[in-house]
Design a protein around this ligand. Structure first.
Ligand code: 4NP
Length: 158
């Protein structure tokens, strides 16, 4: 099984959105048995909570399921457990590398979500917890997940 972990700060807005969108795209292509998807936060404020209301209402609007999803924090063991560890912004990447320690320094499996969209300006997926703009995040997330899926298919011949 190929595995993907999305990481943001609170694990209630951006990374759960990416988790739900990628899983939805995988289902549409009947690839959900081949790729597993999870998300986590570098912070611990929202442990056990469902996605933020803004993320939920957006996903509802697009008919994308977020059933059973609950916030959790990044764990040291995630480094070994996942093939792709994708951080929503630069601070998340820095913090995740701290959790994983020196073993993650040279590894390409930790990268930023915006690296999937090299033609887009900006390094970070804006945080709708502060901006309130969940739609702009959805635009980036849906396009980026499409690119990720292409990359996974290419790299694993699925
Ligand atoms: P997220 O957004 O990292 O996209 O889930 C945030 C959620 C909660 C907080 C910050 C960002 N917070 O400070 O509680």
């Amino acid at each position: 099984m190929i595995s993907v972990l999305f990481v943001c700060l609170g694990n209630i807005c951006r990374s759960p959105m990416a988790e739900a969108v990628l899983r939805h795209q995988l289902k549409e292509r009947e690839l959900e048995e081949k790729v597993s998807v999870d998300s986590a936060g570098t912070g611990d404020w929202h442990l056990g909570k469902p996605p933020h209301e803004g993320t939920r209402s957006l996903l509802d609007r697009y008919g994308i399921s977020y059933e059973g999803m609950r916030a959790r924090q990044v764990l040291i063991n995630d480094y070994k457990a996942f093939d792709y560890i994708i951080c929503m912004d630069s601070a998340n990447e820095r913090d995740v590398r701290k959790v994983f320690g020196s073993c993650s320094e040279q590894q390409t499996k930790v990268f930023k979500f915006m690296d999937l969209l090299p033609d887009k300006p900006g390094n970070d997926v804006p945080d709708p917890y502060y901006t309130g703009n969940f739609d702009e995040v959805y635009e980036l997330v849906s396009e980026g997940c499409g690119k990720l899926l292409e990359r996974i298919r290419r790299e694993h011949q699925i």
